[in-house]
Design a binder for this molecule. Structure first.
Ligand code: MRU
Length: 353
């Protein structure tokens, strides 16, 4: 098994006893429970229902979904194997539409499968499982690298604002946006973090706060509508967020509300940084308008954990992501370095360097 965490942060997913275990993020911070997954269909449902969420780890989980399916089929004939695997890829691809990492991971696993010519079903299954382990380990390394680059942008005593959860829970460990904060702390910078609760799923209030408290990084929780007030009072020095997909021109899709934060940051001359692994960049999508935005169930807006606080009759709109236009982005922080004021040329160069 490939080792991924040198300094251990929470493991959102883990391979144990030949099965995938996924930490149920819907229950955090009150309960810490792993669920066990045996097939692609089960993993797809885990992604859809937000047991696991956050772009990079969705990608890794889907890779394990592919591997689990192959392991289930390891005694089948080549043609049975091929038709069942095709279905597995399709069901995983339908689990969530916005995070490009899901499709990036599936494409990679598909290519590995297709290039495994002449192998038995059992050998292909072993190859795919190894590839999933590698993907998880690689995501961790990418986060550490983004952390090293991004930490240089953070001044000591910086008051950092973050949105949603782009932490260890959303990745193989360390995190993207939170990884940068962690790396800044590791090199001795004293930072404090303001976390916006992130309605309606409360990834900020439930997950990011929990992660920061684990490591005793000073953290303050606010509701989403307090952001402008704090920025106007000089309480925020920098914004760092993650992303679900960056289009070829640099437009950034991230959790609904991110756009609002970016506009406010611009108004107050606060740098707006996006932690962005290359696996989150989609060169085939020209701009933000072409990014599919997931619309989620109305219940997420009307209630939480079963308690309903509005009438059943009301019309509800629940887009899960929005797009921040590239002109509001101060820099993309990638594993290959920092891209200030990104544009299509500088983004393309990342893939050629
Ligand atoms: O709906 P979610 O919780 O999957 O949305 C997550 C986000 O928007 C994160 O900011 C993004 O995936 C980056 S995670 C490193």
């Amino acid at each position: 098994m490939i080792k991924r965490n040198t300094k251990q942060t929470v493991e959102a997913i883990r391979w144990k006893n030949e099965r995938l275990e996924i930490l149920d993020q819907r229950l955090l911070p009150s309960r810490f429970e792993y669920l066990t997954y045996n097939s692609a269909i089960e993993v797809a449902e885990g992604i859809r229902s937000m047991v696991v969420r956050g772009a990079p780890i969705i990608g890794c989980a889907s890779a394990y979904g592919v591997a689990l399916e192959a392991l289930r089929l390891r005694t089948t004939t080549t043609s049975e194997f091929a038709s069942a695997m095709d279905k597995a890829f399709k069901v995983l691809a339908k689990s969530r539409p916005t995070a490009i990492n899901l499709f990036w991971a599936l494409k990679r696993m598909h290519a590995i499968w297709q290039s495994a010519t002449g192998l038995t079903s059992s050998e292909i299954a072993d190859t795919l499982l190894y590839a999933a382990h590698q993907m998880l380990a690689e995501d961790y390394r990418v986060n550490r690298s983004m952390g090293t680059f991004g930490a240089k942008l953070i001044s000591s005593n910086a008051k950092i604002f973050t949105y949603c959860n782009a932490g260890a829970l959303a990745t193989a460990g360390h995190g993207t946006a939170l990884g940068i904060i962690r790396s800044a702390v590791e090199i001795g910078k004293k930072v404090s973090v303001t976390v916006s609760e992130t309605r309606p799923f409360l990834q900020g209030a439930r997950l990011t706060v929990w992660e920061m408290l684990q490591e005793k990084i000073p953290v303050t929780l606010i509701t989403d509508n307090m952001t402008g007030y704090l920025m106007n009072r000089g309480e925020i020095d920098a914004v760092i967020v993650g992303t679900d997909r960056v289009a070829a021109n640099g437009d950034v899709a991230n959790k609904i509300g991110t756009y609002m934060v970016a506009v406010l940051a611009k108004r107050h001359n606060i740098p707006f940084y996006v932690a962005c692994p290359l696996s989150s960049i989609d060169l085939t999508t020209p701009n933000g308008a072409a990014i599919p935005i997931e619309e989620r169930n109305a219940d997420e807006i009307a209630s939480f954990h079963g308690y309903q606080w509005t009438t059943k009759e009301v019309n509800i709109c629940n887009p899960a992501f929005d797009v921040t236009p590239v002109d509001l982005v101060t820099a993309l922080i990638t594993e290959k370095g920092i891209v200030k004021r990104p544009n299509s040329d500088s983004i393309l160069r990342l893939f050629n360097s």
